[in-house]
Design a protein. Sequence first.
Length: 193
Amino acid sequence: MTVLHIFTEEPSAKILFDTILPSVLSNQNVTYRIYPHQGKQDLERALKTTLPHISKIPYSKILITRDQDSSDCIELKQKLESLIKNTCQCEYRIRIVCKELEAWFLGDLKAIQLAFSRFKPEQYQSKADFKNVDAIINPNHYLLKIIPEYKGKSNLPKLETAERISPFLDLEQNQSSSFNHTLNAIKELLSIL
C-alpha cells in the first residue's frame, strides 16, 4: 500500500489536508501521514533530517508544501530542492502555496459562507481581488477583514478558520490555481489523474 507523506509549514495546513484527503484518495489503496511544522525554519530543518529517513520507507511518496509569502516562487522551490537534493529516496513533489494557505479559502467563497453564516459572498465575487486570489498579498488579513464573525479581532485564528472552512471546500471549483496545482500534484504523484 502506498503511503503519502505530506510535510507542511503549519498546523492549519494539516487540518486542511486531513479534511480533504479522504475525498481525494477515495477508492485508492493509499494511506497518508501529515507532518505539520512550526514555521519555515522548522520545515526546512525537517527536510534535511526527517525526510531522508521517511523516504526510505517502502511504497512512500512525499509532498512538501510551503507558503510563498513574499519570496520568489521559482527561487523558493529551488531552495527546497537543494535541501533534499540526493537525500530523498522516493518520488516527491514540492508545491509552493501562493501566497499563503488562506488564499485557498478565498478561492471558495461559498465554503466561507457555509462556515460563517453572516458572510455574504455576493459582496466580493465581482471584486478584482477575486479574479486571482493567489495574488492577494496577505490573505489571512483579508479573511479577517471580510468575515463578520471575526470583526474586532487583530489576528486570524488560523486553526479555527481551517477547521471551519476546510469541510466545505469544493475540490473541483476552487478559484485558487495554487490549490488546484497542489491537488493535481497529489493525483499525479499517486497516478490517479
